[in-house]
Design a protein around this ligand. Sequence first.
Ligand code: HEC
Ligand code: HEC
Length: 287
Amino acid sequence: MRTGLQKWMLAVGAAAFFMLPLTSRAQLTTLDIASRDNMQSHVAGHTGHVDDGKDDYHRYCEGCHGDMGDGNGEVAQWLQPPMWPKPRNFQLGVFKCRSTPTGTLPTDDDLFDAITRGFDRSAMPIWSVFTKYQLANLVAYVKHFSPRFVSEKPGTPITIPPEPEVTPERIKNGREVFNRVQCWKCHGVQGMANGPSASTLQDDLGFPIAPFNFTDGTRPKCGDTDQDIYRIFMTGLDGTPMPSFADNIKPDEAWDLVFYLRTLMKQPSKAKEIAKTLNLKPVNPNP
Ligand code: HEC
Ligand code: HEC
């Protein structure tokens, strides 16, 4: 006869045994990661090497992103979404800030820019203090955690047509696009991050995530030039509910939408100036 405790231990043992294949798939081994030690990056006129990025990674990045690049560094436990997103798990090879279509790998330049820029509204610091050479090595180091960078090539960056002149017509048309493709569902009709879906959103790892608030003066994570904003909604932030609208918005319309978003944002812009004279009302999805 087994005691209750023995039965319980058997059950836990069996559960752990069946979990093994799952956990080993989710978490790569040191050996697997080391097999990509020859990973390189080609960015900012340098060739980056894993070996040369190692010291900087362990000194400056490991505390958050972890020794194994799985996002489980010592600091991770203190970061509570949605206020403070968890550090990125590099083993998955999924990145928010890309010039490449949704679902594809970022270019070395994208990773370089993301690391240099830092992430507003997150613990990810701005790393512009490093030399370009150090950054190129860090890009190689980040890439070597994920087998995706061996089996796949980065996507082809999307084409962004030259920025047209902002006009009242373009702003009004951008407002129509914002309504039609339902940006308001998450971002809210005034861009205040309070749309009907906002409170239900989760990232791919199941953590709560808030939409971007256009009105509070914070900066988009993936850059704040007009080109960056165009790129954000035409490529999407992979790993989050923020989708790519490349199939729903034509390039010319995309510029109109950028101008409309500028009118919602706190930062001064020409579009905001023009909007003052238009007396624009928030979109009304159910007229
Ligand atoms: C204090 C914690 C912290 C440190 C230190 C840190 N990061 Fe991060 N990093 C984060 C967090 C948090 C995110 C996720 C931000 C988000 O998704 O909004 C992130 C995201 C990233 C991304 C993802 C970019 C993308 O487009 O998705 C890269 C690449 C990155 N970090 C590289 C680095 C490198 C290289 C270093 C060291 C030089 C470093 N990080 C140091 C917290 C940190
Ligand atoms: C299903 C919900 C959802 C819809 C629909 C949606 N977004 Fe988002 N959006 C998000 C979430 C969530 C984030 C925050 C991602 C993060 O911080 O990692 C976001 C972030 C953004 C950002 C800031 C990105 C950055 O780099 O920080 C911009 C700009 C943006 N969205 C524009 C749009 C536009 C324009 C539309 C419509 C064409 C749209 N979104 C539709 C959920 C959505």
